[in-house]
Write a protein that binds this ligand. Structure first.
Ligand code: DX5
Ligand code: ZN
Length: 217
């Protein structure tokens, strides 16, 4: 059974409390929280104060996805805001090994995200430092984009690499996950599905989460 991480980027921020309660009361596993700086990605979302507010009400794991340049400057701030998993992008750092080690030293699970153009093999030598490998299935920056089919091959490669290394890294897929492609994504080897638009634009988000959870069972 996959872990389901609804992305709050697609939530209605005018009723944030209700949206959080909906996730709390659903079969979702994690809150996926997207931080964008307008530099690494062409969009700006929200930062620590909003995450800290969400954390106060959330009863589930907070999975924070940093799409920001120089993320190493803010690790402690996101720990304080309530991140349980903190994911940085491979493409943002000269010293990713150090950043991952620092995230764990602060008591968080360490995540590493790779953009569609970044080969999975780039993480091979540091796989044991990665609790969560986030494979982007769109170009990051916006919700509601179309899933890139090249991702399937990357998931298979990531799964093989993790298995061969004897690592316990989880594979998370982020971007364009729908009811139609979720089964194939799971079959390829994904452990965690992020879903923004599919959950929040559906007529019954709680039921959509339930149905995503059943995929590949
Ligand atoms: C985009 C974010 C995603 C986004 C996914 O850069 O990382 O988490 O919210 O949204 P959907 O599921 O709508 O593609
Ligand atoms: Zn994300």
């Amino acid at each position: 059974m996959p872990l389901i991480a609804p992305s709050m980027l697609s939530a209605d921020f005018l009723k944030l409390g209700e949206e959080i309660d909906m996730i709390n009361n659903s079969e979702a596993d994690w809150f996926h929280l997207d931080v964008m700086d307008g530099l690494f990605v062409p969009n700006i979302s929200y930062g620590m104060p909003i995450i800290a507010q969400i954390k106060k009400r959330a009863t589930k794991t907070c999975d924070v996805h940093l799409m920001i340049e120089n993320p190493e400057r803010y690790l402690e701030d996101f720990k304080k805001a309530g991140a349980d998993y903190l994911t940085v992008h491979y493409e943002t750092g000269y010293h990713i090994h150090r950043t991952l080690t620092s995230i764990r030293a602060l008591g968080m699970k360490a995540g590493l995200a790779i953009n569609p153009h970044t080969p999975v093999e780039m993480v091979q030598d540091i796989i044991h430092e990665i609790d969560l490998l986030l494979v982007m299935s769109i170009n990051p920056g916006f919700g509601g984009q179309k899933f890139l089919p090249l991702t399937y091959n990357k998931i298979r490669k990531a799964k093989a690499l993790i298995t061969a290394a004897g690592a316990s890294t989880l594979i998370e897929i982020d971007g364009g996950v729908t009811m139609d492609n979720a089964a194939s994504i799971i079959e390829a080897g994904a452990d965690v599905l992020v879903a923004g638009n599919t959950v929040f634009a559906s007529p019954d988000p709680t039921d959509t989460i339930k149905r995503l959870k059943q995929v590949g069972k």
